[in-house]
Design a protein around this ligand. Structure first.
Ligand code: SF4
Ligand code: SF4
Length: 302
């Protein structure tokens, strides 16, 4: 069996139904014309995936610059993509503020939701209700939060109230050096044993990376890049022999600090943790057995 090609799709959508202060994007209100353009690009991408049925199995993670799942076009994309035999999985980063009736039309075994809790935008009870509703319909769910100091208590309560078998990840806030006290760092590590790995910007220049060979990012125009963090396109999936561009390469960036990037660095051995659930960020090993095997000296821990 050929290795799965993991595709991160990011269209032109850049709006959100929430307004988190720490949000690096989603400050835009789309016009009707912009919505139509995102719709056209998404449909074109879905049609392209449908045609790519002969070579490798495909896994897709939508990484919108905003919230996509309350838009019917993305629900429709889930329905169409999950029905394709060569598509193994369709995942999305979402705040879960949507209905789930559309899941009934999907092959739900292939649906995975990477769900982020935003404590300033919704209540813990409402968010957990959405998590349980999505799971009850058969979707796989991973849950996470941004590890802001002021949300520590809320994060602890979230962990306590979520089902035990549900992994809760904490993304480190990496905009202020020394942001975490040693005490808070340890506290978050108790909640998410993999948190220390996320507090690092991993040195990556010159290291082999799976991105560009077994994982690619695709934008609204069909430009294909290794990942979201290296701007130079490798090819265009609608124009070029894009498969010829899938090659092993070393990273040209100095560091890689985002989960959706560094999981592709073979020397970090993240496939041992996530197995075939790497796109949706759900470890395949029990929480008690999760640990970070590399030394962690983080600039973000005082
Ligand atoms: S839910 Fe996500 S995309 Fe929306 S404002 Fe918050 S951080 Fe930004
Ligand atoms: S290490 Fe990160 S930045 Fe470098 S190629 Fe891989 S995913 Fe991209």
């Amino acid at each position: 069996m050929n290795k799965t090609l993991r595709i991160l799709y990011r269209g032109s959508l850049s709006s959100c139904n929430y307004g988190c202060t720490y949000c690096p994007f989603a400050k835009h209100n789309e016009t009707a014309a912009e919505h139509r353009a995102d719709d056209r690009a998404l449909k074109r991408f879905v049609a392209w995936v449908a045609e790519e049925s002969t070579a490798r199995p495909i896994g897709i993670l939508f990484t919108p610059w905003g919230e996509a799942l309350h838009h019917r076009r993305y629900q429709q994309a889930f329905r169409d993509l999950t029905q394709l035999a060569h598509v193994e999985k369709v995942a999305i980063q979402t705040n879960l503020a949507c209905r789930f009736d559309w899941l009934a039309a999907c092959d739900v075994q292939k649906v995975a939701l990477w769900a982020t809790f935003h404590p300033t935008e919704t209540t813990r009870a409402a968010f957990i209700g959405q998590v349980l509703a999505a799971r009850a319909q058969g979707a796989a769910v991973s849950v996470g939060v941004v590890g802001l100091r002021e949300h520590a208590e809320e994060i602890e309560k979230l962990r306590a109230e979520l089902p035990d078998d549900l992994y809760l990840w904490i993304n480190a806030y990496k905009r202020v050096e020394g942001y975490y006290s040693a005490e808070l760092f340890n506290h978050f590590t108790q909640i998410d044993p993999l948190f220390p790995l996320n507090t690092l910007r991993h040195p990556s220049a010159g290291y082999w990376c799976d991105a560009g060979e077994n994982a690619i990012s695709i934008d609204a125009l069909g430009d294909m890049r290794r990942c979201h963090f290296i701007r130079e396109p490798l090819a265009n999936i609608y124009r070029d022999d894009w498969r010829a561009a899938l090659q092993p390469r070393t990273c040209t960036n100095a560091t890689c600090g985002c989960h959706i990037g560094y999981v592709h660095l073979p020397h970090l051995n993240q496939s041992a943790i996530y197995g075939d659930q790497i796109l949706e960020r759900i470890p395949v090993i029990a929480r008690d057995d999760l640990r970070v095997e590399i030394p962690v000296v983080s600039a973000y821990v005082a």
